[in-house]
Design a protein around this ligand. Structure first.
Ligand code: F6P
Length: 473
């Protein structure tokens, strides 16, 4: 069997137990541990520009290497300029907000796009030096849309697949990016493009037809000039049983026991995500406030634990949302707290998975209400961590990819604060028989769309696809 080579901007901590909730890196690491292979990405380090000759991008420098069982990790450093233009600039100030429908927050600078192209080429050159002839290359996420083009340009002939972890927006939204056509053609250069949901796949096909004049071939693929563009839907999953086992193991962790004691029989509502404007935190805080106003009988009986580690904190939009949330958390607690009760516990730090799983199991309600999300693995992890005899209730945004599968969740529109407040009440009062039924139905879907199934289905289709050896015209 050919070797699997995974490429992503962010790579996971290589040692088990270090991974936190959700996200690409945790999922990819779990998937790779099963199949083995090579993982290539950014080291997370930036070199001062002064140590790097202009535009050299250190293509010849050997990437750092670490091993964990069958996974070999290679990383490369970026320069400060790369970081500013490629990561902070084009990836996270142009692409991220646009892919999440926040076009008023999107900023485009041509210089950033040049940095994005440069780093995609740099990844290609560094990776090419590591490749064997029959390796299958699996590229992940929006940072690397031009990687297949860059690899083909330097003569790499391997099969190259791409999986988009974030949503693909409506054609009218994606085409607000001034260089959208180059990105579209870059995506079309991959031999297979995977999406989280049918909605994302449809949006991409519409975009390709409307903006790049692609046509639909009889087999259902897209045709762009001479190129056949293959797409598929592969919802990323979780490995449910190990997560439940982790939740059970963690019950005796002193920190968890201590927190449980402090809760003192209060019902726990819990949310976990990176501090990001796409996650709907502001709307959720307001909904919780409404809930406390409208259901005074629940005051003192409930605690809302929000874990939100800061991310991308040098991007202005992230500084703004952080300031807003700090203000809101303080205001809500100031309004409702008692000497012996703090309604909202807001923690700006990350937790290891072996502590999060028992916390999920403790939570009567998992509150996952992003404004847009590719999948949202926290929703799936929350379900997996529950005790099937006495499970908690998942409240889930209709705009998370996971909402397509998790039919046992209480579905909400994250823009409807009153609706979310009502959902909290419904969830907290739900009879145990209904909670069990809903949980059982969601577990069936977790088992069907597991992490192994995600990896195996994508790689099966990629191995069937022919390597198209030129870039899309
Ligand atoms: O959702 C896309 C994603 O790649 C997630 O998998 C991950 O949580 C996040 O973005 C990583 O962001 P960053 O690498 O900027 O910290």
């Amino acid at each position: 069997m050919s070797r699997l080579v995974v490429v992503s901007n962010r790579v996971a901590p290589i040692h088990e137990g270090e991974a936190t909730a959700g996200g690409l890196a945790a999922g990819v690491m779990d998937a790779l541990r099963q199949s083995g292979g090579l993982w290539f990405g950014w080291s997370g380090r930036t070199l001062p520009q002064s140590v790097v000759p202009p535009d050299s991008l250190t293509p010849g420098s050997p990437p750092a290497v670490a091993c964990s069982g069958p996974v070999t990790l290679y990383t490369t450093d970026l320069t400060q300029r790369d970081y500013d233009e490629y990561y902070k600039g084009f990836s996270n100030s142009t692409l991220w907000p646009t892919m999440h429908y926040q076009i008023s927050l999107a900023r485009f600078e041509h210089q950033d796009y040049l940095g994005y192209q440069r780093v995609n080429r740099h990844f290609a050159v560094s990776l090419a030096a590591l490749l064997k002839e029959d390796d299958v290359i699996w590229v992940h996420d929006y940072h690397l849309m031009l990687l297949a083009t860059a690899l083909r340009e330097i003569g790499v002939r391997n099969r190259i697949g791409f999986f988009l972890h974030v949503p693909f927006p409506a054609s009218s939204v994606f085409s607000t990016i001034p260089v959208h056509a180059e990105l579209g053609r870059g995506l079309a250069t991959f031999d297979l493009i995977g999406f989280q949901t049918e909605g994302d796949q449809r949006a991409f096909s519409n975009y390709m037809r409307e903006e790049l004049q692609a046509e639909t071939c009889p087999e259902g693929h897209l045709q762009l000039g001479h190129r056949v563009v293959r797409t598929g839907v592969y919802p990323i999953g979780v490995e449910a049983d190990p997560l439940r086992a982790e939740a059970i193991r963690g019950r005796d962790d002193p920190a968890i026991c201590d927190y449980k004691g402090r809760l003192d029989q209060r019902a726990l509502i819990m949310s976990v995500e990176r501090l990001d404007y796409s996650k709907g935190l502001r709307q959720r805080f307001s909904a919780f406030e409404r809930f406390l106003v409208q259901c005074p009988e629940w005051r003192r009986q409930v605690e809302y634990l929000q874990i939100a580690p800061p991310s991308r904190s040098d991007v202005e939009a992230y500084q703004t949302i952080r300031r807003e949330l700090e203000g809101e958390a303080g205001r809500i607690n100031g309004r409702f707290a008692e000497l012996d009760w703090t309604p909202l516990r807001y923690l700006n730090r990350s937790f290891p998975r072996d502590q999060l799983m028992p916390l999920y199991a403790l939570a009567a309600v998992g509150l996952v209400t992003p404004l847009r999300d590719g999948m949202n693995l926290v929703a799936k992890e929350y379900v997996a961590a529950q005790d099937p005899e006495d499970p908690g209730v998942l409240i889930l945004s209709q705009f998370a990819g996971a909402a397509r599968e998790l039919d046992g969740a209480v579905r909400v529109n994250p823009h409807d604060e009153a609706g979310m407040a009502y959902a909290m009440k419904i969830a907290l009062q739900m009879p145990v028989a209904e909670k069990r039924d809903r949980h059982a139905s969601m577990m069936r879907s977790l088992r069907t769309n597991s992490l192994d199934a995600w990896r195996d289905r994508f790689l099966f289709d990629l191995r069937l696809a022919e390597a198209g050896l030129s870039a899309a015209a």
